[in-house]
Design a protein. Structure first.
Length: 330
């Protein structure tokens, strides 16, 4: 028996329970890992409340896709991993099929990466979701180049901070957008070229002013909702507005009709575009690993909670005061 986190009904953080369960043996193409650290993501809160893009199909349900651990057993047909390997897991599966919140987890081998030598478990659970998401949208799909300008809302999240660092590495200019002034100095310290405080400024007007009226080449948007129209207004001709989250919980309008059909693109992106494609994942993982080795990438961990405090960790995340990643430690 091992401790896992499950929930038996939709709701707030309090519906999560620590329970004893049999994890079992891995099946064909699967690996069992001893979990050493777990990256907490807002998608898990959405899944728990029934607001995620994939509804909960059965109870009790599990949570989590991003973790670091050590391989304990491999199933038939698994050749890339062996017992004792240090690994990280990636969000390449449905939350209805697998979950990593617990002391052990069975996962598809296709959703694991070997942890680079010297990478500790906390970093291994905090790095991949953030950097693969930002790289996949802005570099792999968008083709971000030196001199481009990218506007980032939810900039203090793990993904937002990763996007700032990736933009810097490419030679692009990251402009952070935050709701209040409390995180402004921290975002500047983390590498944002400018910080726009949405509660105090007209975001689109400021972005246009900062680019001499040209507009930004990219908007990297975790919020969606009604603000999409204003952010798209600040795009340069030919620019791309990436939607990778829906933190607002609001319906998202198509901005083209409101803005007179400008020559810009509105595109959704999820990290599974990368993690489900072996060749794209190989390239992206190499890019991230090289950035870590050079020091260009510095994963920011805001706080580490014991697994027993998973409810408090989710409550902390939902208050929105963190800068960087929240991690659980079994």
């Amino acid at each position: 028996m091992t401790t896992v986190v499950r929930f038996h009904e939709l709701g707030g953080p309090e519906v999560m329970r620590l329970e004893d369960a049999e994890v079992g043996e891995p099946g064909p193409g699967e690996v069992r890992i001893r979990v050493e650290a777990i990256g907490v993501n807002r998608a898990e809160a959405l899944f728990r409340t029934g607001a995620y893009i994939a509804p909960v199909k059965r109870f009790p349900a599990r949570l989590g896709s991003e973790s670091a651990g050590v391989v304990e057993a491999v199933g038939p047909g698994v050749e890339a991993f062996a017992v004792g390997d240090a690994v990280s897991s990636l969000p390449g599966f449905s939350p209805n099929d697998y979950g990593v919140y617990g002391e052990a987890a069975i996962l598809p081998a296709s959703s694991l990466l070997h942890r680079p030598e010297g990478m500790d478990a906390i970093t291994g659970a905090a790095v991949w979701m953030a950097y693969l998401t930002a790289h996949g949208a802005l570099v792999d799909v968008g083709g971000m180049r030196p001199g481009d300008v990218v506007a980032l809302n939810a900039a203090s999240s793990g993904i937002g901070l990763a996007a700032i660092q990736i933009a810097q590495r490419v030679g692009a200019t990251p402009i952070a957008i935050t709701r209040g002034c409390g995180k402004k100095d921290r975002l500047l310290a983390e590498g944002a070229a400018e910080v726009i405080v949405a509660d105090e400024e007209d975001v689109a007007d400021r972005l246009l002013a900062l680019t001499g009226g040209r507009g930004v080449e990219f908007v990297f948007d975790a919020v969606a909702g009604s603000g999409v129209v204003e952010l798209t207004r600040a795009l340069a001709p030919g620019g791309t507005h990436f939607l990778y989250g829906m933190l607002s919980g609001e319906p998202t309008p198509f901005p083209g009709f409101t803005l007179g059909m400008p020559p810009v693109s509105l595109r959704s992106y999820t990290v599974r575009e990368t993690t489900k494609d072996p060749e794209r994942l190989r390239r992206a993982a190499g890019y991230v690993a090289s950035g870590l080795r050079s020091g260009a990438f510095r994963p920011v961990v805001d706080r580490v909670f014991p697994l027993a405090e998973v409810v408090a960790a989710h409550q902390y995340m939902e208050r929105g005061g963190q800068v960087g990643k929240i991690v659980l430690k079994p």
